[in-house]
Ligand binder design. Sequence first.
Ligand code: SIN
Length: 301
Amino acid sequence: MGSLKTTIGKLEFTNPSILASGIMDETGLSMARVLDSGAGAVVSKSIGTKANLGHVNPCFLEVTSGYINSMGLPNPGIDAYKKEMEMAIIKGKVIGSIYGASAQEFVELAGKMEDFGACAIELNLSCPHAKGYGIEVGTDPKIVKDIVVAVKSSIKIPVWAKLTPNTHILSDIGRAVENGGGDAVVAINTLKAMVIEPEFAKPVLSNKIGGLSGNAIKPVGVRAVYDLRESISIPIIGTGGISNYRDALEYIMAGASAFQIGSAIFNDGPEIFRKICGGISKFMKRYGYDSIESMVGIAHE
Ligand code: SIN
């Protein structure tokens, strides 16, 4: 039977399924549960330098084929998150997601995540609804490169950058990560979105704008990974709307060495990791693939 092992730079994962940042990752216990459910790794909640309450409700909506959130990066702050990291890493690999307004903030956060035991850092350069953060720093190739260079020179663990689809220069941003020495890119974060309640003639979310995730965005994510594969040589981790093994295979064949799952957990629970990996294994056996690597990017051939 084919192996589900995959490597991203110098990191080896038992399988390519990873928990995406923002779902079931506020506490060490919930991350541990996801690792126990078969995920190859988990990404933490995006953590900043100080505690942040996020946006007031309503900040989460279900829409056709997806969800819109405007959580506003709620988190307890890096120092309070230490115990959650320590609890989760007993069970497996944890990637520390961080957000900042400047290279200096990213450096401080990355250093602490490394000290807490993270196996890699995921730079959140893509949250579409937090003022001063996310896409406000992640859509300028120069700022992106400066952040990656600064973080890379301050820690030893690999640095991944999570990119936004809310730009027409995604490939330039990917190249900025690569030129800055980044070890991988993660694509995509949510798409900017809005819902209006006709009866009230107002946007429903308190923040008005949120980020769309779920099945609706999968073709956008697959296209983004495909484009990045043509533009950069560092590994790509695909994410956006994966809810079954076929979705995951689309990302792999577009060029992803691993994939992240987020919104689908609302319906299927953490058992989805084992289910999707089982589906990939059966597919590999049936179609004669002996490794994940042998399928990565084959849609380009
Ligand atoms: C959030 O917690 O606000 C969502 C994070 C993101 O969209 O990157």
